[in-house]
Design a protein around this ligand. Structure first.
Ligand code: SF4
Length: 342
């Protein structure tokens, strides 16, 4: 595909530039339309380098979101979501793996198990697809201005591909680094690499915390066994020393799981966790129902009450509007059932 094209063909620089421009142009949907190239070359590339590494299988739409199911070259299936905000700008929620190995017990993707990492092209093509979708669909308007690596998979378990894909968003799609967010549940190796990696794009990092108490976290999120909460806290401090500035903070995502993580002890644990972490935002996220998982969505009243108790403990938070819920495209709801997905 795209990366292969440059490594395998001996193209002069101006040709590379022509191809790059066309490849990321949302108005162009195939080699035939790359009229800057000679016809023979287009025909050759058409056979060797498919324009997209994924094919849309199904699209579902609600007022605020579109969810796409995509087939990859090896038949595996992934999902990706496009959501609109109140200003009319779009955010793509992009997947990084087929399934996920992290097995968080409140997450639909976690129930699939892990199948494989996505390639850089497969990650980038989710964005190219949505850009083309917005460009060609007369019923939707607005700009794709943000991307969150929060779809299927743990992005930092596919570190190199995710990092390179994020550079593509920034370099070739005009998306500012502060408009790109990568989320992680806290995997040790990937997080430690961020601190040392000179080629890491300093995009926003969101930590899917959900449980701030070590015992509880380990019970529901196995990642806490490899990186306990106190080490995660230490990492956050180091991260902010390295990357923190006026525009740069950490985001903590906290799913509201009724009766599981919304009690008085949870407020205390959260408060302890945030001690010494000075630049952060907290998002409280209504959990989206997933069949067969032993959780309940916390009511709005309960969520507001938790928010008030956090505030009393000095922690300001926002309650994130849950987009895409009606098409099972909300946070933690992406799952592909059946053999090909897992
Ligand atoms: S919450 Fe994220 S890391 Fe955990 S199982 Fe789901 S996709 Fe994987």
């Amino acid at each position: 595909m795209f990366s292969q094209l440059f490594s395998e063909s001996n193209l002069p620089r101006f040709r590379q530039q022509q191809i790059r421009t066309a490849w990321f142009d949302p108005a162009i949907s195939g080699w035939d339309e790359v009229t800057t190239l000679p016809k023979g070359m287009r025909e050759e590339f058409k056979v060797q380098f498919p324009w997209m590494s994924l094919t849309s299988v199904r699209l579902q739409a609600s007022q605020t979101a579109h969810k796409g199911l995509f087939r990859l070259d090896d038949g595996k299936l992934i999902e990706s979501v496009l959501m609109v905000n109140s200003k009319g700008d779009w955010t793509a929620c992009v997947s990084s793996q087929v399934g996920c190995a992290m097995a968080c017990d409140f997450c639909a993707t976690g129930t699939m198990g892990f199948s494989r990492d996505l390639t850089v092209d497969e990650i980038v093509d989710q964005m190219r697809y949505w850009r083309q979708f917005l460009h060609t669909n007369p019923h939707v308007s607005g700009r794709l201005s943000n991307v969150v690596m929060m779809g299927m998979g743990e992005p930092l378990n596919n570190y190199d591909a995710v990092r390179d894909a994020m550079w593509s968003f920034v370099d070739h799609m005009g998306i500012g680094k502060t408009k790109v967010t990568v989320s992680t549940v806290g995997v040790k190796r990937g997080m430690d690499r961020i601190l040392e990696d000179e080629s890491w794009p300093d995009v926003r990092v969101a930590i899917s915390l959900h449980y701030a108490d070590q015992t509880k976290r380990a019970e529901h999120m196995p990642v806490a066994n490899q990186r306990p909460v106190d080490e995660l806290q230490a990492w956050c401090k180091q991260y902010l020393l390295r990357y923190g500035n006026r525009n740069h903070y950490l985001t903590f995502e906290y799913l509201m799981l009724e009766g599981k993580n919304d009690g008085a002890q949870d407020v205390e644990a959260f408060s302890r966790f945030l001690k010494g972490i000075d630049r952060y935002k907290v998002n409280l996220i209504p959990w989206n129902e997933v069949n067969n998982l032993a959780y309940n969505r916390a009511s709005e009243a309960r969520t507001l009450d938790f928010q008030a108790r956090l505030k009393k403990a000095g922690i300001l938070s926002t309650i994130r509007k849950s987009l895409g819920r009606e098409i099972d495209g909300g946070c933690g709801q992406l799952v592909v059932l059946g053999e090909e997905g897992g």
